[in-house]
Write a protein that binds this ligand. Structure first.
Ligand code: SF4
Length: 122
């Protein structure tokens, strides 16, 4: 993924900036593909291996109608430390988008995060 794409994805999340946390999580809960699969018993059998499980999760997230809402929600709650596919980006791409997202929010959002993993940034 290119630097431009990271910036573009962060900008796409601006539309959610004024949305309350509970509204955002409700939208994800209601329409997220993983939620539907979970309630219908259609979730894949997770292997416990990160790489293999990411490969299983990636197509589910790729088809999800609330990918951006999910990403926004995860940035707010887990920030840089989040692992897994969520959103549906892999960790490296998600962290690159997260740093740009954080810049765009001008310090108005302080996600829960492990400061050591975040590299000591405020
Ligand atoms: S993007 Fe993936 S993790 Fe997020 S709600 Fe959709 S299916 Fe679930």
């Amino acid at each position: 993924m290119t630097e431009h794409k990271y910036t573009e994805m962060a900008a796409e999340l601006d539309v959610f900036a004024s949305l309350a946390d509970d509204e955002l999580s409700e939208a994800v809960r209601r329409a997220g593909s993983c939620g539907w699969l979970y309630t219908s018993g259609g979730m894949p059998e997770w292997t416990g291996d990160d790489r293999a499980d990411r490969e299983l999760a990636a197509p589910i997230c790729a088809a999800c109608p609330v990918q951006r809402e999910c990403l926004e929600s995860e940035f707010r709650t887990h920030g840089y430390a989040l692992s897994g596919v969520w959103g549906p980006l892999a960790e490296d791409d998600r962290r690159a988008v997260f740093l740009r997202w954080l810049d765009r929010r001008d310090g108005t959002v302080v996600p829960d995060r492990d400061d050591a993993e975040f590299g000591g940034q405020p």
